[in-house]
Design a protein around this ligand. Sequence first.
Ligand SMILES: Nc1ncnc2c1ncn2[C@@H]1O[C@H](COP(=O)(O)OP(=O)(O)O)[C@@H](O)[C@H]1O
Ligand SMILES: O=P(O)(O)OC[C@H](O)CO
Length: 498
Amino acid sequence: MDKYILALDQGTTSSRAIVFDQQGTIQSVAQKEFQQLFPKPGWVEHDPNEIWASQAGVAAEAIAKIGINGKYLAGIGITNQRETTIVWDRETSQPVYNAIVWQDRRTSSYCDELKAQGLSETIKQKTGLFIDAYFSASKIKWILDNVTGARAKAEQGRLAFGTVDTWLVWKLTNGKVHVTDVTNASRTMLYNIHTLSWDKELLKIFTIPESMLPEVRSCSEVYGETGTTIFASKVPIAGMAGDQQAALFGQACFEPGMIKNTYGTGCFIVANIGTKPVVTKDLLTTIAWKVNSEVTYAVEGSIFIGGAIIQWLRDGLELFTSSAQVEKIAQRVEDSGGVYLVPALSGLGAPHWDPYARGLIIGLTRGTTKAHISRAALDAITFDVKSITDCILDEAGISFRELRVDGGASVNNMLMQLQADVMDRIVVRPKITETTALGAAYLAGLAVGYWSDLAEIQKYWKEDKRFTPGANKEKQQKQFRTWKRAVERAKNWANEEE
Ligand SMILES: Nc1ncnc2c1ncn2[C@@H]1O[C@H](COP(=O)(O)OP(=O)(O)O)[C@@H](O)[C@H]1O
Ligand SMILES: O=P(O)(O)OC[C@H](O)CO
C-alpha cells in the first residue's frame, strides 16, 4: 500500500486534517470548528485543550476515512494560526490561561506605551514587525502579569510558551519536544530575523524569561515522533510553518517576486523576497521558510477582516443565509451605487496599523439596497488587498505579473474579477485551494524523502481559473481612490474624545 502525508491545519475557527498522496492530491479531509471565546470587548480566546482535542480528533478521522493508520503515513506536517499565544506548566501540560488569539486587542494600550518610549524603529529593525497587539510578545507578558503565580513559576523555569505549532508538537510527543519553527518564531516579536535567534534585548523589554521559549528549528526536518495513541504507530513530525507562509509554499511561490493572497477570515498577502530581509515602511518583513539551511524572507500585508466581512453581513446584518449568496446578490446591481464600506471591525492592519479604527459604511441614500452593501463589501476586500499590493510595488519594488489566490472566499468568481480589475493584474486560482495544508505537507514530505526537491513540487501546482483585468478596471480604480477617503474617516474612531 502507498504511503501518504498528513497535514494538520490548525486555523482560527477550525481544526482541519488533510491526507495527501504523492501527486499532492487530497485523499481525505476532516474538519471541526471549535469555540471562540469573547470574554470582554476586543478580547478573543481559545481553550488550548479544545484546540488539541479537535486537532487530534480530525487527525484520527481523516486517516480512518481512507482506512489507514500511522504505518501508512510517511510524515506529518503542521501549520497553524500564527501569533496565538499559549503558556503551560511543563510538569502537568496544563495551560495556565486560555490561548490569547492573534485578533485579541487587550494589549493595545501597552503597545502604545512602547511606541511612546520610542521603540518602534528598534523593534521593526530587529523583528520586521510593527508594535501591535497582534503579535505574541505583549500577550505572553499579559499572562505573566495577570495570572496569579505565573511570573514566579516562569522565572523558576516551570512554564513553557508556545504558538499553536509548538503546543501541538508538545501534545503529539507527550511533552517530550518543545520546538517551534523560524516562521512562527518570526511572529512573536521576540525573534531577531537577521541573527536568527531569540533577542535578549527584546526579552528584557517584554520581561519574558528565556527559559519559557521553545527551540527554533527549520520548517522541514524531523522534530520528533508522535506517540502511538492516535496513529497506532510512531509517525515522524517533519514539517512546520505558520499558515500564511505554508500557503506561500503550497502555492509554489519559490522565486523572489512571486506573491499570493489567502482570502480567509482575514486576507494575508505574502511576497517572496529571496534571501535578504528587506525592511519596508508599511509592510511586515517575515521569514517565509527555512529549508535545507537556507532562509527565504517575505514581505506581508496582514488584513484582519477579509472574508469575515461577508460573514458579518450574513450573521450580523442577516442580509443572506450563506456566504456564497453574496455573489448573486451583489450581481443584481451594476456597482455599489456610491456606497463604500471600510471593514475595520477589529481596527486596521497593514498598511495603516490603527487599532482604534472602526468599521464604516458611507454614501447611503434612500436608494441603497442590500445588493449595494453586498457589492460595497466585495469591493472593500479587493480595495484592502490593492492597498497592500501597491505597497509591495512601491516599497519592496516587486512588480508582480500575477497574484496567486486561495482561501475560502477565493471561490467567489466575482470577487476575483473585481480584484484583477482594481489591481490591473492577473489573478490565478489553483486547482487545489487548500494550499496551507498542502504547504505543510510538502515541507514534511521533503524532510522524509517523500518528495525530492522544489522542482518536483513545482510540477504539481495546477491552474484552475485565471481572471484578466477587464472593461471595468478604470471604474474600479477610480472607486478605490474614493474608498481611501472613507478609510481616513474610519481611522482613530475609538480613540477620539467626545
Ligand atoms: N463565496 C464566498 N464569497 C465571499 N466570501 C466567502 C465565500 N465563501 C466563504 N467566504 C468567506 O470566507 C471565509 C472562510 O474562509 P476560510 O479559508 O475557511 O477561513 P479561515 O481559514 O480563516 O477560517 C469566511 O469568512 C466566509 O465568510
Ligand atoms: O487561521 P487563519 O487562516 O485565519 O490565519 C490566521 C493568521 O495566521 C493570523 O496571522
